[in-house]
Design a protein around this ligand. Structure first.
Ligand code: NAP
Length: 256
């Protein structure tokens, strides 16, 4: 008897994908999911040791690290071009790199604003510019950005971050249409609270009661980074081929 043919519409065999934020949390979990689906990955973050730790966990031997500070916005397109030339054009981007720091508006400072906006929203636009360049992508091509439910529902005490993530949602819609002619689909995911170092830092800034209050807003509890990784993979793979310009909430029911 012959074995039934395997059916995996999320198969990514042979696809070259750039994963940012791959040195920690959601990016590391996403890298693992994408590699298990067969993708060949280029892993970005700033911390080489932590990138190497991610690399060591991945199945397959064709992955590589590319440490780089994505807040250096003007240098991003040339960096993407160099990677495409040395490692081959990209089929995908999973942009999981980002920063978060709780601050109420009474602590607003220009330096803080610049840092958060450059790292979260600026990097998104600079990477899109990078991918748009000739020779940097091959079909099928898709980009998925990690936004946040903070950009959709109210986020008191977290307004600068929330505006950067709302900006990512707006950028997703605009880029989806601007990049139609290139064949690159553009989507984003909006997670609520997921158990990562980033959330440990948020937790440390709150009282236990405040943190419990936050968690209670998620009917299905706190997310695992891999839950976000699966959603990113779905949008990058052919399962997402008729989807562009959308925001997929991965939030345990928080926005329901
Ligand atoms: N965790 C949550 O509950 C949650 C919820 C909603 C949205 N998000 C979003 O999900 C994304 C990942 O969050 P996480 O929880 O996994 O955070 P994390 O554990 O703090 O990891 C952040 C990642 O971003 C990278 N990064 C930060 N600044 C960078 C820069 N300037 N250049 C290049 N890489 C940079 C870090 O790499 P290095 O340290 O190596 O530079 C690290 O890999 C972020 O965009 C975050 O806003 C998270």
């Amino acid at each position: 008897m012959t074995a039934p043919p395997t059916y995996n519409p999320m198969d990514l065999t042979g696809r070259h994908i750039l994963v940012t934020g791959a040195s920690a949390g959601i990016g590391r979990a996403t890298a693992l999911v994408l590699a298990r689906l067969g993708a060949r990955l280029t892993l970005n973050g700033r911390d080489q040791d932590r990138l190497d730790r991610t690399l060591a966990q991945l199945p397959g031997t064709e992955h590589a690290t590319a440490a780089f500070d994505l807040a250096e916005l003007d240098a991003v397109p040339a960096w993407v071009k160099g990677l495409a030339q040395s490692r081959g054009p990209f089929n995908g981007l999973a942009h999981c790199g980002g920063t978060q720091a709780l601050r109420p508006v009474r602590s607003f400072r220009a330096g803080f604003f610049d840092d958060v906006q450059r790292t979260n929203l600026g990097s998104t636009l600079a990477l899109a510019r990078g991918f748009q360049q000739n020779g940097c992508t091959q079909k099928p091509a898709a980009m998925v950005f990690v936004s946040s439910t903070a950009g959709i529902k109210s986020a008191p005490g977290n307004i600068v971050y929330a505006t950067s993530k709302a900006g990512v949602i707006a950028a997703t819609k605009g880029l989806a249409i601007e990049l139609l002619a290139t064949g690159i689909r553009v989507n984003c995911v909006a997670p609520a609270i997921v158990e990562t170092e980033l959330i440990q830092r948020v937790r440390n800034a709150l009282t236990p009661e405040q943190y419990e209050g936050l968690v209670k807003t998620q009917p299905l509890g706190i997310g695992d980074p891999v839950d976000v990784g699966h959603a990113v993979a779905y949008l990058l793979a052919d399962t997402g081929r008729w989807i562009t310009g959308t925001t997929l909430c991965v939030d345990g029911g928080a926005t329901a």
